[in-house]
Write a protein of this length. Structure first.
Length: 342
């Protein structure tokens, strides 16, 4: 059973990365009134990212002469490992039978401190970025790595604070337990089961937390408008400047796969995860509901990137410390009161 789950995750990472990457290419083209990829893969250009991947693999793996070679080599692997680690605790389906296979749980490991594990391992990617920036022997790369560290410190706190409200309402740190709590949660006379799981209760009661989490997640992934660690107009491509070939491909794939995992985490915490109409009778619908909800959040991430301009460094820090952190603390207080009242 464990081997089957690992095989599913191993295939899901490149598939999700390719799908999101293709979606970004087409959506950005649509928003900018241009064609987008159309040569590789026929009319829709669906083979474009595979062609790019083959191109990167064929390129020479260049390492700067003065670089710290072991650190330089392992930095992309650490970034990818952080993305893979998030897949371990995210529940993709409910307990039950899918086809002829009986699943005892919907995640690789249902940890009692699953959300703590998820938040901790997601921070590893910034360590990989720091390693890449410091080891490249390039001042622009170093500045990009330092910016990433400052951004992590600023936005890790609101990310954690936004999750505390969900943990208070669910009474558990297990991601499987949080989904189960949303399955039978009642609020102000409405029961999520009677509503057919159409209205996610935690999204309604923790909407402020959801906004904080989504904003902080964008900053954690260094997506526009929070892409100060890369900032092409200032730092070439920041910590990626000296990378080429398959090592650059690792960073490239990890970015898109991380969009999937962070969206999956947000869906699990606030949007009911795999819950949906008929999922109790047909557990196979669970992954479909989960992927559908993830697709909506991924679309929002892509939309934000091509809509908003990049923040200045002072604006980025102000948003974190003067807006998101106070909102997160206020949300915890209000949630604690609602927990008693409801």
């Amino acid at each position: 059973m464990l081997a089957l789950k690992l095989v599913i995750i191993a295939g899901l990472i490149p598939i999700s990365g390719l799908a999101i990457g293709f979606g970004e290419l087409k959506l950005s083209a649509k928003m900018q009134s241009r064609v987008g990829p159309y040569f590789a893969g026929g009319r829709y250009g669906w083979l474009q990212l595979i062609a790019d991947g083959v191109k990167f693999i064929q390129k020479e793996d260049i390492i700067p002469e003065e670089a710290d070679r072991p650190v330089f080599r392992w930095a992309p692997a650490l970034v990818m490992a952080a993305t893979v680690g998030l897949f371990i605790v995210i529940p993709f389906w409910p307990e039950g039978t899918i086809g002829t296979v009986e699943f005892a749980q919907g995640s690789v490991r249902n940890l009692d401190v699953g959300i703590f594990f998820a938040l901790a391992i997601s921070s590893l990617s910034t360590i990989g970025v720091l390693m890449a920036g410091w080891s490249s022997a390039n001042k622009y790369s170093l500045m990009g790595g330092l910016r990433a560290a400052g951004q992590l410190i600023a936005y890790e706190l609101p990310l954690v604070l936004s999750v505390v409200g969900v943990v208070i309402m669910a009474g558990t740190m297990s991601l499987q337990g949080i989904v189960d709590a949303q399955a039978g949660f009642s609020f102000f006379g409405f029961d999520s089961t009677s509503l057919g799981h159409i209205v996610p209760p935690f999204f309604v009661l923790q909407f402020v937390g959801f906004v904080i989490f989504f904003t902080a997640a964008l900053a954690e992934m260094s997506r526009i408008p929070f892409d100060m660690p890369i900032a092409e107009s200032e730092l070439v491509t920041g910590y990626l400047t000296e990378y080429s070939g398959f090592r650059f491909l690792f960073f490239f794939l990890a970015e898109f796969a991380n969009m999937f995992t962070m969206s999956a985490l947000a869906v699990t915490l606030f949007l009911g995860g795999y819950l949906g109409p008929g999922v109790e009778t047909y557990p196979a619908l669970g992954p479909l509901y989960l992927v559908s909800k993830i697709s909506i959040l991924v679309f929002l991430m892509i939309w934000f990137r091509w809509t908003f301009p990049r923040f200045r460094e002072d604006q980025l820090q102000t948003l974190a410390w003067k807006v998101l952190v106070p909102l997160g603390l206020a949300n915890i207080v209000v949630t604690a009161i609602l927990k008693v009242v409801i």
